[in-house]
Design a protein around this ligand. Structure first.
Ligand SMILES: Cc1cc2nc3c(=O)[nH]c(=O)nc-3n(C[C@H](O)[C@H](O)[C@H](O)COP(=O)(O)O)c2cc1C
Length: 161
């Protein structure tokens, strides 16, 4: 079962966090994972994926314009009915990453995705709207990102197998 991670990253933090999420997701048997920049997407893989996890940096307490542009232009991409989850990076605590996650969620809902974060339902560590890392994350944030990847992969199996 295919899981895609799609990120926008200019200076590498969000890419790195996406790759950590991928490590966690790959721990789940029967889940194949591809982590891709929005500038280099394997669209065949993306269309076949059951799950897409989106990630981007926080720009002025919102999601990056590059990610917005991708959503605005992604008409040919089949996102409806797929499971979706989000992650974001920011430079400092309170920099607006929660808003980045919620804006991402809004766009995913418009595309008809089933948006899931694990929230507090999966216990500790809590991932209320998704994963947030300050830059590329300290060890605790990176561990949370890995666990998040595994949880989303397990949910993929639960929903689609
Ligand atoms: C135009 C711009 C606006 C930014 N605005 C914020 C912000 O509002 N809050 C914040 O915490 N970080 C802000 N940042 C920092 C980035 O969110 C942060 O460095 C992020 O991890 C960069 O991701 P990347 O390395 O994947 O490109 C901004 C960076 C840029 C370039």
């Amino acid at each position: 079962m295919k899981l895609a991670i799609l990120y926008h990253s200019k200076t590498g933090n969000t890419k790195e966090v996406g790759e950590i999420i991928a490590v966690g997701a790959r721990e789940v048997t029967d889940v194949e994972v591809k982590c891709m920049s929005i500038n280099d997407i394997d669209y065949e893989y993306l269309n076949e994926a059951k799950t897409v996890i989106f990630g981007c940096p926080t720009y002025y307490a919102d999601f990056s314009w590059q990610m917005k542009k991708w959503f605005d232009e992604s008409w040919g991409c089949k996102l409806g009915g797929k499971l979706g989850a989000m992650f974001a990076t920011e430079d400092y605590l309170g920099g607006g990453a929660d808003f980045t996650l919620l804006t991402l969620a809004g766009h995913m809902l418009v595309k008809g995705m089933l948006v899931y974060s694990g929230g507090s339902a999966e216990g500790q560590p809590y991932t209320h709207y998704g994963v947030v890392c300050i830059k590329n994350g300290d060890s605790e944030q990176r561990e949370r990102a890995k666990i998040f990847g595994k949880r989303i992969a397990l949910k993929t199996i639960e929903l689609f197998k």
